[in-house]
Design a protein around this ligand. Sequence first.
Ligand code: CP
Length: 327
Amino acid sequence: MRPLYKGKHFITLEEWSKEEIDKLLEVAHQLKDDFYQNRPTKYLEDKTAFLMFFEQSTRTRNSMEAGLAQLGGHANFLDTSTMQISHGESAKDTAVILSSYGHGIACRNCFWEVGNKYLRSMAEHATVPIMNLQCDLYHPMQGLADLMTIQEDKKETKNVKVSVIWAYATSHKKPISVPLTQVLLFPRYGMDVTLAHPIGYELPDWVIEKAKKNALENGGSFKITHKMEEAYRDADVVIPKNWGSWVNNPSTEVLDDVLESYKGWKCTEEMIALAAKDVSYMHALPADRGNEVEDSVIDGKHSIVYQEAENRLHTAKAVMAMTMGNK
Ligand code: CP
């Protein structure tokens, strides 16, 4: 397999054309089939990627580590609290040095108004591809896996009604990167996207403008509602998930009166009953069970969350295989 996008940074899907994303998905499907058939896929033999995590992770870390091993390479997990970054070493120095040791650098940094800038700073100085494992604004690895999952599930994405819905949670103040990535990406594939959230949980204005533009250019649609029921009604795919009020309130406190007033924003059987008969329930995970969603929904017949999580492996492998080539 030729690394067609060798050296290309994977920071946002907005910087990848539809043709390039389609190629990534084609490779991901092939790698999924290879994985099921136990066929060897040593496309990155002897290649090394550095995985820098400023935050916790289950899916992202393990899909990258297992994925690179399956491609014949090695992923070096780096807890940034044990790196000299914690003593102030710059993104530039870290990127230049890790570039000289391997073939790719991946990073999760979700600090509000810091994470994306940190990745951009590394990209400016790295000589290997920088892969975004989630920042304050984007989660392209998740977006790609979500798109793959919807394609598998619904076959055709054109005019599929997808609702990205805010949900109540108390586990931690989550980044806006998952819904932001979804509302920018899905309209590019002709989907009819509804974004639903209570007042106070807005996405940035520039995201809304871009989502509308992406819809207009690709035959999809995009609308916003503050009524939860409206978003569930007749939807083909529902993605109820919590995100923090970062745009209005940069405090890292999890609980506040605004959040507590929206406890009713939960994905229940009653909400699912409003949707299309064959509606699919998705969630990037981890889910705040009992708050964001009832167990009977996430464990029920409409849920495709495990397929979605599994596709993180195949899409991560596709991104690495296509961007990390021979030095
Ligand atoms: N969805 C996702 O990114 O999961 P992790 O936080 O476990 O990596």
